[in-house]
Design a protein around this ligand. Structure first.
Ligand code: ADP
Length: 523
């Protein structure tokens, strides 16, 4: 049986109309609606509807109709055989359904939907012609619909993959064999501050530190993923855990590499802080047990020493018989005074001197300490530069804090005396933004503290000075005093040389306002 010419041509044109509609509107529904209208016109039908199969819901949904008055989106169960669309879905071939013609839309292996042409005009096409036309049109439309649905699925999968890739917080970059970027995720692009599109084909070495690039290059592409590279990458701005995986295509050839960089900057900082805390804890434990031991000895030694000093004084001042050896006695006396001073220091170190806390201004303590060193500072030609602001008060023992400072100042004097360059001592006091911490920065222009010495300077009895010159107790005492005040002390070297000591003391609880009340301050 042959269809007449118009219908024949329509069968050639309608699939084209459909595919053009899809490309123009990106909507299957709109494209199908154009087809439905054309079919209605051609066959003089009352209406044409196209139903698409929702397999998961086992329903047919009215997707397009020639008649705009009809509500789209209506659904019928695929089991409801009283409905022409449901019956059409099951059919192998187009067929007459009363006055209507229904044609199945069938894809490669699945039922896609039904085409329903209601009451075609027998004057335009005979019943048989209409059925054959519907069958052929259904077949052709099915190919188009299935292609669009497959494309949709592929795009959806691709979007999912892309979204997953971009949701990764790790920085991911895919390169070719020459380490040129062929793909990156958003995290990588955002970190290097370049749009993803502009990264394509650029060498990855332009965006990461030489160390990361070398690591990526060294990772053997034929081996398993090389992970665990911990790299400090200044260009990416942080510490990263790197993983390099060979990119292998379906034929098993290595096409490039995949770099995954996990930012562990925060974690690394926390680890460092924890290590510092452990260190401080160990230091204070060491100090505490040593303190007990030292306090015992110092107490025992203090009494006989005071006796020696008293007797010597008497000998020198009152005993005539001692006159010929007075010079020697004076020397013995001076040495005994020195010994007493060491014992006193030991007592301070051991913390057996009671703290007498009151509100005080750190700058005043600095001023007092400087006054007591004025002569020797001048003698050594050391310039003292002070910077101070309006600071909150701290709660502390002025004598102990002065002692703590003096130890630092005396060390600085020693360091500067050995230096031939500028001899300057800078003391800067400041408060943090919330005025909860008062900081003192004491910096000298001496030779600085050698890196191997730095970790040990707060250890009791650690000294690099000659016998008789240093006891190694100064900074241990300072450390103990600062700690008893709830503060912290740290030593480092300035980038351009010289030692820097930083003392942080908590401000008094009321935010450090200096009260004028009966407790007063240290003015
Ligand atoms: P001492 O001064 O008796 O040696 P300290 O505990 O005060 O003991 O100091 C320990 C060591 O720290 C010193 O021997 C010195 O090596 C080092 N040190 C302290 N302050 C400075 C400084 N300003 N510049 C260089 N080295 C310093």
């Amino acid at each position: 049986m042959s269809l007449d010419r118009t219908l024949h041509e329509a069968l050639r044109d309608l699939p084209l109309l459909f595919s053009r509609g899809v490309s123009a509107t990106l909507s299957v529904a709109t494209a199908l609606e154009t087809v439905a209208r054309e079919v209605t016109r051609l066959l003089g039908a009352t209406r044409t509807t196209i139903w698409l199969h929702d397999r998961r819901a086992r329903e047919l949904e009215l997707t397009a109709a020639s008649d705009t008055a009809i509500a789209l989106g209506v659904r019928v169960s695929t089991e409801d055989i009283s409905h022409a669309a449901a019956r059409g879905l099951r059919a192998d071939h187009a067929q007459q359904a009363g006055p209507d013609v229904v044609a199945p839309l069938r894809g490669w292996r699945r039922a896609l939907g039904t085409l329903v042409i209601e009451t075609p005009d027998p004057r335009k096409a005979s019943g048989e012609q209409a059925v054959e036309f519907a069958n052929e049109l259904g077949r052709q439309l099915s190919v188009g619909i299935e292609n669009v649905q497959l494309l949709d699925e592929v795009l959806r999968q691709r979007r999912l993959l892309e979204d997953t890739f971009n949701s990764l917080v790790d920085l991911v970059a895919v390169t070719d064999r020459d380490l040129r970027i062929v793909q990156t995720n958003e995290a990588f692009a955002a970190r290097v501050g370049v749009a993803r599109a502009d990264l394509m084909q650029r060498p990855i070495a332009d965006f990461v530190s030489p160390e990361t690039a070398a690591w990526l290059l060294a990772a053997d592409p034929s081996a398993a993923p090389a992970s665990g590279g911990r790299v400090e990458d200044a260009q990416l701005g942080g510490t990263f855990l790197l993983t390099a995986t060979p990119l292998i295509n379906q034929e098993g050839h290595v096409m490039g590499r995949v770099l995954v960089a996990r930012d562990i900057t925060r974690q690394t900082r926390l680890e460092a802080e924890r290590a510092a805390l452990r260190e401080r804890l160990a230091q204070s434990e060491k100090l505490a047990s040593l303190g007990q031991f030292v306090a015992g000895i110092a107490h025992e030694m203090n009494n006989p020493l005071q006796g020696v000093l008293g007797h010597l004084e008497l000998l020198i001042e009152v005993t005539d018989a001692a006159r010929p050896i007075r010079r020697e006695l004076r020397q013995i006396y001076l040495d005994a005074v020195r010994a007493a001073k060491i014992v006193r220091n030991l007592l301070v170190f051991a913390g057996s001197r009671r703290m007498a806390r009151r509100r005080l201004q750190v700058d005043r303590v600095v001023a007092r300490a400087l006054v007591s060193r004025r002569a020797s500072l001048q003698r050594a030609g050391i310039d003292v530069v002070r910077q101070q602001g309006e600071l909150p008060a701290v709660l502390g023992d002025p004598l102990l804090l002065q002692q703590a400072l003096l130890n630092i100042l005396i060390n600085a004097e020693h360091a500067l005396a050995d230096s031939n360059g500028v001899r300057r001592l800078e003391i800067t006091s400041s408060a943090d933004g919330e005025r909860r911490i008062v900081s003192l920065l004491i910096r000298d222009t001496g030779p600085g503290i050698p890196p191997d010495v730095l970790p040990r300077i707060f250890d009791p009895f650690f000294t690099t000075k000659d016998v008789g010159k240093g006891t190694g107790l100064g900074l241990a005492i300072t450390y103990g005093i600062v700690q008893d005040h709830g503060g912290t002390i740290a030593a480092s070297n300035a980038p351009d040389g010289g030692a820097v000591f930083r003392l942080d003391l908590p401000a008094a609880d009321d935010g450090g306002r200096v009260s004028q009340g009966p407790t007063g301050d240290d003015r």
